[in-house]
Design a protein around this ligand. Structure first.
Ligand code: PSV
Ligand code: MN
Length: 396
């Protein structure tokens, strides 16, 4: 690695922060059952403490995304206590996620529901969430909708689209100053025939209708097999419409695997598009990098550290690409040289560099070992085991 490359990678790591999801620390499972972890967080306070434990050893996870119904069950009055607790744990509140999918009234959707009253209920919850966003000083409102229809003919695709456009415009109108709304897409689940925001194109169109502070959120798990995510990322960057990511990995569907566990080269290619864009335009795109995972098998805190390590490694690798050489090879049609330029960066071993970067920041060189040695997990198990015993372990 040349000195210049090392400097590039260090600068990339300095600027790369990852937001953790509060819901990733609580017991969650699949619809076939949960495997209870006795150390899992049982309250918002414990979720924030766990996020703080991750940030202490990684140094790159300073904020926590929250889900309104799960973390602010009483709404805005909960804000000061939650913010105080975050600060006590060395983190701050990040993206605010409204929840318009779990209440009974949302069976046929939220903003896309044919019933005007339900659409109003959903809208009012989202507007309340913007108040929370204001109170926490969070930049992003992160919107995911479970809306859609599961059987052909059971809903009007066009009417639902129009209701969504109207609803999202109202949401946007309530944003102020620097606030943004991020619109996430997902091709299926829980709707299995036609999801109302099924792909990045639909998300993009809704954002365009909503207004300039609306941007697309790419959840890496929410794509069909073989879909070229980095191409989507490059297009969104080109349109200044990429607002953020939800990090995870997938084999078949959805989003609960460790980032990069299946296809690290894909994550690298996504990061490469971002680094290439930055090099070419001299503009650092304003992207919220967030994790969206909830683990049923691995220990939740350790896995979150693993994800953040993977993200840092792959981002550092992407920063090593020789952009001048790559651009020249692309222009000259030197296919093998161009491809090898990418591969050279991908196969570079950045782990020594990362260890050295951590050391320079006063962080442990091996965050997972440091966490294990801290005794945090043992204490969490002891403190929380009773409460977790009463958790429901399956739906049967
Ligand atoms: C939906 O699958 C999703 O990806 C959305 O981002 C939600 O907010 C999150 O998972 C947690 O349910
Ligand atoms: Mn997501």
């Amino acid at each position: 690695m040349t000195t210049r490359q090392t400097e590039q990678a260090r600068a990339a790591l300095d600027a790369f922060t990852i937001e953790l999801p509060s819901w990733g620390f609580a017991n969650t499972g699949t619809r076939f059952g949960k495997f209870i972890q006795s150390s899992a967080a049982t309250s918002t306070e414990e979720k924030l403490a766990d996020a703080g434990a991750v940030h202490r050893v990684t140094g790159c996870c300073p904020s926590v995304a929250v889900h309104v119904l799960w973390d602010f069950p009483n709404g805005a009055p909960d804000v000061p206590a939650v913010m105080k607790c975050a600060a006590q744990n060395g983190v701050r509140i990040g993206a605010i996620n409204p929840n318009v999918f779990q209440d009974q009234c949302y069976k046929n959707g939220s903003l896309g529901n044919p019933d005007l009253e339900v659409r109003k209920t959903a809208l009012s919850h989202i507007l309340d969430s913007i108040e929370i966003q204001r109170a926490t000083g969070s930049r992003d409102l992160s919107l995911w909708f479970a809306d859609g229809i599961s059987y052909p003919g059971t809903g009007s695709i066009r009417a639902r689209r129009n209701w969504f456009i109207g609803g999202l415009k109202t949401v946007h109108a309530a944003l102020s100053g620097e606030q943004r709304m991020l619109v996430e897409y997902k091709p299926f689940e829980p709707a299995f025939y036609a999801t109302d925001i099924a792909d990045w194109g639909m998300s993009y169109i809704y954002c365009k209708y909503a207004g300039q502070q609306a941007k697309v959120l790419v959840d890496t798990g929410h794509h069909y097999q073989t879909q070229n995510i980095e191409q989507i990322v490059a297009w969104l960057l080109g349109e200044n419409m990429l607002g953020g990511f939800h990090f995870n990995d997938r084999r078949y569907a959805d989003d609960d695997l460790t980032l990069g566990c299946m296809d690290p080269y894909q994550v690298f290619r996504i990061f490469h598009e971002i680094c290439y864009f930055t090099w070419e335009t001299s503009r650092v795109p304003d992207i919220a990098y967030m994790v969206d995972q909830s683990h049923n098998l691995k220990n939740k805190i350790e896995e979150t550290i693993q994800t953040s390590n993977n993200a840092q490694e792959l981002f550092a690798k992407a920063s090593l690409v020789n952009h001048e050489k790559l651009a020249a090879c692309q222009m000259k049609g030197e296919l093998i040289e161009a491809e090898e330029t990418l591969r050279e960066a991908f196969f570079a071993d950045v782990r020594p560099l990362l260890r050295e970067w951590r050391k320079s920041k006063g962080l442990p060189e091996d965050p997972i070992s440091a966490f294990r040695e801290s005794g945090y997990l043992k204490k969490a198990e002891k403190d929380r085991a009773e409460r977790n015993k009463s958790a429901v372990s399956s739906y049967a």
